[in-house]
Design a protein around this ligand. Structure first.
Ligand code: SF4
Length: 191
């Protein structure tokens, strides 16, 4: 359906832009070409790198558009049989993993009973984690069960990973934790 100049002025002068767009849609205007054009401009002169959304085990295919070494766009890969070009809201926000200024980038520690967070450097935090890990393992390690069976484990430490950890990290994490006798281990990959 075509929109006359008079109709366009009527819907766009009486309200804000969002309302005007809503009015145009109500008149049957097709905004798909404009959207396609905007998308085309966004990814012009970029290199496309196929990848996979890390957030859940569906493993939707993505296309990452890179320009001058910077990611400028991430969208669903239409070739993927899982998602056929679509992404759920989490997947559609993958770009934010790289550029959201609200991402925590510092180690914060809140002591037991404290109400405020304290900023720690990474070395100090890693030393503290190692110290507590060893202490807990030493105190709770079970070599032999009551019936005499060898257990060689502790159930007092739990390893929890996150969806955005890659296969390599999870592989090493499994090896380390199992070697230390940690039984409950969880990560997105479930290797
Ligand atoms: S886009 Fe959504 S459904 Fe697909 S892998 Fe990512 S989180 Fe899972």
């Amino acid at each position: 359906m075509s929109v006359t100049r008079r109709e366009f002025l009527r819907v766009s002068t009486g309200a804000g832009t969002a309302t005007a767009l809503g009015g145009l849609l109500g008149l049957g205007a097709n905004l798909a070409p404009a959207r396609a054009r905007a998308q085309e401009l966004r990814i012009r002169d970029t290199t496309t790198v196929p990848s996979i959304c890390p957030f859940c085990s569906v493993g939707c295919g993505t296309l990452v558009h890179v320009k001058d070494g910077e990611i400028v766009n991430i969208e669903g890969d239409p070739r993927s049989p899982h998602n056929q070009g679509t992404l759920c809201p989490k997947g559609a926000a993958i770009y934010q993993l790289h550029y959201n200024p609200n991402r925590p980038t510092r180690v914060l520690h809140r002591a037991p009973g404290a109400t405020e967070w304290e900023e720690w450097d990474l070395e100090r935090a890693m030393d503290r984690v190692a110290e507590l890990f060893k202490q807990t393992r030493d105190e709770t390690f079970i070599e032999t069960l009551e019936d005499g069976k060898r257990a060689m484990c502790t159930t007092s430490i739990f390893a929890l990973g996150g969806a955005t950890l890659d296969n390599e990290f999870n592989h090493i994490c499994q090896k380390l934790m199992r070697g230390m006798g940690v039984v409950p281990i969880e990560n997105q990959a479930r290797i």
